[in-house]
Design a protein around this ligand. Structure first.
Ligand SMILES: Cc1ncc(C[n+]2csc(CCOP(=O)(O)OP(=O)(O)O)c2C)c(N)n1
Ligand SMILES: [Mg+2]
Length: 346
């Protein structure tokens, strides 16, 4: 069954936290815009954007115990991973494929976010493969706790495994397998579906015969929730409930955040072939970053001067990240051959 959030966990957020959430959204947006520009200038080879999804992602991140809970993101999760601790410089180093790049030493494609110390698991490119993997992590969390096994990090803390994907990717078999596993074993697991209505050029209606992804939750025996993915506080509320459910041993949650992708699927896509400009322009009224900014101004937490200051800081951070990545060396060609397999035992 789908439900709407009733408990307003977000009403307990401090002003500082609300501003921190706004900062991450803004930083992500400006970093994302710069990445598109760098691609069009021929400086990087590929970019896939999280634009429009910032509220869904930052609202989610702030409901987690960031760096402790496990997150298995997908390629659009720039704002999510920034909120957890990946830096703009880390991201730029990935775009440029430079030596020492944080997730794979520059060998993985950009936006395959991974950081061992932040408990962010790097995904494979085939969509939805992260779902059974994240459900497996959730199984391991529960198994260790049930058996009293020593967690290498700390057994005393409750943990949840969260994964993300788009609505189109829920057509993949892996999604169903992962959801079913999470339901059968009542796992501390959250699946966040960021429904932007398109899988590249394929609209939702060609992908599934039901109106909502979350309608399928009942089939797996998990809680299903639909939320306005452009409303960061609504997302936070729903995720706070889901995290509590997981920590209390009450099982998995399927969250469907309804949002929109205002830019092409990736730097290699031309969205004019499958949707009208009017449709894309209509999104501008729903832009989640502007919406949260307006909200914070209305409740007196953010002033126009502060917002300008954030803009200056965001630009400076992005400039610095770009300059650092441009100045960094490329990996040596032979690095591509290393670290694929564990060294043979002597
Ligand atoms: C198994 C598989 N099939 C196809 C692709 C190519 N592909 C990459 S992203 C994508 C669209 C996914 O759409 P959706 O799940 O709605 O996520 P969105 O990109 O809209 O956020 C496709 C078809 C892939 N990476 N893996
Ligand atoms: Mg989609």
């Amino acid at each position: 069954m789908t439900t709407n959030a009733v408990a307003r966990a977000s009403s307990r957020l401090s002003e500082d936290t609300l501003l921190e959430m706004f900062w991450v959204m803004l930083l992500s947006r400006r970093l994302d815009e710069r990445s598109w520009a760098l691609h069009r200038q021929g400086k990087i080879h590929f970019h896939i954007s999280g634009m429009g999804h910032e509220a869904a992602q930052v609202g989610t991140a702030f409901a987690l115990n960031r760096g402790v809970d496990y997150v298995h993101p997908y390629y659009r999760d720039l704002a999510l991973v920034l909120a957890i601790g990946v830096t703009p410089t880390d991201f730029m180093m990935s775009l440029y494929g430079k030596q020492g790049e944080y997730s794979s030493g520059g060998r993985q494609m950009p936006s395959h976010f991974g950081s061992k110390h932040l408990n962010i698991i790097s995904g494979s490119s085939p969509v939805a493969t992260q779902v059974p993997q994240a459900a497996g992590i959730a199984f391991a969390i529960k198994y260790r706790q049930t058996c009293g096994l020593v967690d290498p990090q700390d057994t005393t803390q409750p943990r949840v495994a969260l994964t993300c994907l788009g609505e189109g990717s829920t057509s993949q078999g892996e999604w169903h397998e992962g959801m079913n596993w999470a339901g059968v074993h009542k796992l501390p697991f959250i699946c966040l579906v960021q429904n932007n209505n398109y899988a590249i050029s394929v609209p939702l209606g060609s992908q599934m015969a039901v109106a909502n992804v979350a309608d399928r939750a009942a089939a797996y025996g998990v809680t299903g929730v639909i939320v306005d993915g452009n409303d960061i506080l609504a997302v936070y509320d729903v995720l706070a409930d889901a995290v509590e459910r997981a920590y209390n041993g009450d099982g998995a949650t399927l969250v469907e955040a309804k949002t929109y992708r205002p830019v092409p699927h990736s730097s290699d896509d031309d969205d004019r072939s499958y949707r009208t400009r009017e449709e894309v322009d209509a999104w501008k009224k729903k832009d989640p970053v502007l919406r949260f900014r307006r909200h914070l101004e209305e409740i007196g937490v953010l002033t126009p001067d502060m917002a300008n200051d954030y803009e200056v800081r965001a630009r400076a951070e992005v400039d610095k990240a770009q300059a650092t990545a441009e100045a960094a060396p490329y990996p040596a060609p032979e690095d591509a051959l290393g670290a694929l397999y564990a060294p043979a035992e002597a």
